[in-house]
Design a protein around this ligand. Structure first.
Ligand SMILES: NC(=O)c1ccc[n+]([C@@H]2O[C@H](COP(=O)([O-])OP(=O)(O)OC[C@H]3O[C@@H](n4cnc5c(N)ncnc54)[C@H](OP(=O)(O)O)[C@@H]3O)[C@@H](O)[C@H]2O)c1
Length: 164
């Protein structure tokens, strides 16, 4: 099963210079707790923005069209279909973890969304793609805890496909 997971600001911004535009440790913790012991799929640019290393205790699939691309301790794949075949052959949850290009291609194949909505505006250069929200149903919306290290108002949201 494919599940999309991302954090965005109120304008749909998701990235700046291949990194996250904000520092929100509670969201990083949520990402870790949600994805640990599962599989992550990410684009080559997002992977390199994280230092070109996989996150611990998660199988990471890096997508690139470069047939020569190599990185240690990750699976390299070259197409959406290759990931869909992997999903068919393996049990468990596969988290679609960005960036913009990857969300655009994979969202039609996702059954669930975890979105962190940060009610603030940041500067950056990567946006979440336009999506058809009427195909999705909000299942849960929980406000994240605010403190000095997590100063924004933000929400952890879960969506499932409408009618599913
Ligand atoms: N806020 C969040 O939750 C979040 C999460 C993840 C990422 N981000 C942000 O998103 C931004 C990056 O997004 P991006 O769209 O520029 O890059 P990206 O999606 O991370 O990577 C794009 C690359 O993925 C490869 N790719 C894409 N589709 C493919 C396909 N069908 N088959 C094979 N390879 C494919 C290509 O690699 P090659 O060029 O090597 O062929 C392409 O250049 C960064 O700013 C990052 O910080 C934010």
């Amino acid at each position: 099963m494919l599940i999309a997971i991302w954090a965005q600001d109120k304008n749909g911004l998701i990235g700046r210079n291949n990194r996250l535009p904000w520092h929100l440790p509670n969201d990083l913790r949520f990402f870790k707790e949600t994805t640990v012991n599962h599989t992550l799929v990410m684009g080559r640019k997002t992977f390199e923005g994280m230092g070109g290393r996989p996150l611990p205790n998660r199988q990471t699939i890096v997508l690139t069209r470069d047939k020569e691309y190599h990185a240690d301790n990750v699976l390299i794949m070259h197409s959406l279909d290759e990931v869909l075949a992997y999903d068919q052959e393996n049990e468990g949850e596969i988290f679609i973890a960005g960036g913009s290009a990857i969300y655009t291609e994979f969202l039609p194949h996702c059954e669930k969304i975890y979105r962190t909505f940060i009610e603030a505006s940041f500067e950056g250069d990567a946006y979440f793609p336009l999506m058809l929200w009427n195909k999705w149903q909000l299942i849960e919306r929980k406000q994240g805890q605010r403190d000095e290290k997590n100063p924004y108002r933000y929400y952890f949201e879960t969506y499932e496909r409408a009618g599913s």
